[in-house]
Design a binder for this molecule. Structure first.
Ligand code: GLP
Length: 261
């Protein structure tokens, strides 16, 4: 795992958005598609804002981009303001020229008896598109990636999962109380995530410093699902100074990033 630390999340997100722009631009004038693995939560918000700006400036087009999101609450309507479908539509998709049919997110409103088939199809669809080129990740306070909570297995694929208390509490403000937070979600598995060519995990703020320290210090363990990333050959962890504050300085490279408007 390569660890890069930036002065703040704005500079860090600019670096991430630039990396995505490069991959997208490389294929712009061909018929090839770029397949991105996207995340929700507060962490990637700034990256999406910068991508919107790149699009508004005419630097980038999403015409040839296909996206797969990590997860969705279950059950939830796609129209709910707390659904990840709503999040992605409003934070990124509706603000760019990406064809909506190119944007895949697990469905939160299917019948229980359809879930298994839906999950198998989701991993198959990723494979049919040639796999994910760059996968963006945030990290939960308990080390989850996507909604792969502690005890998730290395060979897990897309599936229905139970959300942990920590995760439901973290989401309770947005939902207006813990009782309103769904107890389950559909999430890409650890194996689905590790199949990506390249993985970028981002974390900002002092509240993430402790889990980032554990991610760096611990051997691979299902207690901290993000440690499975250590078994992938191309993972970059992008941090702001606060999220890196519990790490020794020799654990990372500090990057001075200029933000070009
Ligand atoms: C949720 C999402 C994860 C995300 C995590 C952290 O649980 N399913 O994909 O990484 O929250 O959220 P935040 O970025 O808001 O800290």
């Amino acid at each position: 795992m390569k660890i890069l630390v930036f002065e703040n999340k704005e500079e860090a997100s600019f670096y991430v958005a630039e990396s995505l722009k490069e991959v997208i631009q490389r294929k712009l004038n061909s018929t090839e598609i770029t397949v991105l693995g996207l995340a929700t939560g507060s962490t990637p918000l700034e990256t999406y804002k910068i991508l919107n700006r790149f699009y508004d400036n005419g630097d980038i087009s999403f015409k040839n981009v296909v996206t797969f999101n990590l997860d969705e609450y279950y059950p939830i309507s796609p129209n709910s303001v707390n659904s990840y479908r709503h999040f992605m539509n409003t934070k990124l998709f509706f603000k760019t020229d990406i064809p909506l049919e190119n944007t895949y997110i697990p469905s939160g409103d299917i019948e229980p008896n359809e879930i298994k088939e839906h999950c198998v199809k989701y991993d198959d669809l990723i494979a049919e598109h040639g796999g994910i080129e760059i996968q963006l990740l945030g990290i939960g306070l308990n080390g989850h990636i996507g909604f792969n909570e502690p005890k998730s297995q290395k060979n897990s694929l897309t599936r229905l999962v139970a959300l942990s208390n920590t995760t439901r509490i973290a989401a309770s403000d947005a939902f207006g109380g813990i009782d309103q937070v769904p107890e389950k979600a559909i999430s890409m598995g650890i194996k689905s995530i590790l199949r990506a060519n390249k993985i970028i995990l981002m974390a900002w703020g002092t509240h993430k410093a402790e889990i980032i320290k554990k991610l760096v210090d611990f051997e691979v363990t299902d207690e901290i699902p993000a440690t499975f990333l250590k078994e992938h050959s191309d993972v970059t962890v992008i941090l702001d100074k606060e999220a890196a504050s519990a790490l020794p300085q020799n654990a990372y490279t500090f990057v001075e990033q200029t933000i070009n408007q």
